[in-house]
Structures are given as C-alpha cells and as structure tokens.
Design a protein. Sequence first.
Length: 292
Amino acid sequence: MTLFGAVELGGTKIRVGRGRGDGTILDSDTFPTTGPDQSFARLLEYFRAGPPVAGIGIGSFGPVAVGAARPDRGTMLSTPKAGWSGFNVAEALQPLGLPVRIETDVAAAGLGEARKGALRGVECGIYLTVGTGIGGALLIGSRIVNGAAHAEMGHTHLRRAREDHSPSTCPYHDSCAEGLVCGPAIQRRFGRSLSATSSNGPERALIADYLGQLIAALTLILCPHRMVIGGGVAKTPGLLGSVKTSMLRHLNGYASYPEQAHADFLVSPALRDDAGLAGALILAAEAGTAPA
Ligand SMILES: [Zn+2]
C-alpha cells in the first residue's frame, strides 16, 4: 500500500501524519508552531523516522502563495507571525525529495470534506472556518478553486451594528468579518468566548447577525449548494441555526434558491478536527499528477 504524508500547518500548532491517498489517516503527531526553521526540522524528522511516503500535501495558514503558475509558490506572504513572512514552505520540504502540493489550511479541510465528509457529492460547496481567524474555500466538483491567489472570504466587509464600537482585530479593515467575529475579536468584545455567553443573549444574536451577513454575501456571489462551517467559534451549540435565520433575514427573500432553505444548507464538518489532515493526504496523492 502506498503511503502519503500530510502537514496541517497552523498558527499555533502543526499536525503531521501518514495515511492513504483517499484521506484515511493512519498515524499522526502534533507539536506547537515555533519559528519556521525549528518547526520544519521537526517535520522532516517525523517523515524521515517512519515508513516512506510517496508525496506530501500541505494545508497551511495564510496568506501563502498557491497555484502552479506562481513562481513564488509556497511562500508565506505578509503575516504577523514572527519569522514566517517570506519563508517558503514547499522548499523547506525539498530535502525529502518528494512531490509536494500546497493549499491553504481551509482549502485542505474543504477538500477533505468534499471527498469524505459533508460536501461529498455536492457540486458547488464552500468550506468556511470561524476560529482564530476566518477563512473560506470554494470547491466545485470536489476540487479546490483558486483564482490568481487563494480566496480571502474572511475579509468581506460587513455592516456594523450601531451599538458595536469594539475595535476590529484586523489591522487592515475596520469592519471585515474576521475583524468583527473571529475568536480573538469575540474575546476582546465580550471578555469571554461565545460558548461562555448565554444562549439567548445579545452576544450570540450579534455574532449570528454578522455571520449571517457574511454567508448571505457568499451565497449571492457563489450560490453554493451547501456550506460547511468549521472552527472553534462555529462549535458554539445552536449557533448555525441562528446564523441561517440571520442569513435569510438579510437576503429578505431576494435571489434565494431552494437549497438555502434546506436543513443541511449550513452544516458542521463531518470529519471534525481531521478534515485538514485528511485533505492534505488527498493533496499529497495528487501532488505528482495534478497541477501543483
Ligand atoms: Zn480584514
């Protein structure tokens, strides 16, 4: 059986694994994200120590250069994470001499869901993560769709609630979705996580309103059949139902299509916290044959 390698490179932790090209994880390890050189030394050690793999797929935090046509493919773009800007993630794996394919962590998780999880058989799907940041990926026919760069759905502008003067956590935008709704923004505004607030309180109503705005915008632009919402904030019990109600309120009956009303239009990841690593294994299996 051919084994493949997977890397889920996050801002706070790194998960590595081995498994099958269909996304089945057979072994994995997790360690904290430190500087790039130290982190990749541990990564290389993991792959050198165990059974050989035929290729490696990476789902990386961003922004990162993705796409076969980009000469800077694999390069971390401007990131506040110390030491990582300009570091090339794909080149750092070159000592292993294996085909490598890189996508964002969100796109890898979306691919995992598209092939094995909640987006299986869905022609046009979106994977959105609402956690430390907000990111999204478009999947059509179970393939990741990038343009000139990966999507930045989390930086979509939202209309602020009149009473909400909490500063945005995004250094670029005063009222983008990530700046208003990501985990750190919620913590800063309410002094606690969303799951620690009352289920019927104004805190949850505000966050559901904002996420409803974001999802209404995404449905108007991309008309997905289904959206998977992952990430720590999205795990708040009952939140997805309130977000869906908010989305329909913001659309106000306009341009809606039947799938939006279905009970499974907004769902949690079926693979839970394994979506990203499973997707990276699938990327690894395609690394030698598909556009990088
Ligand atoms: Zn922003």
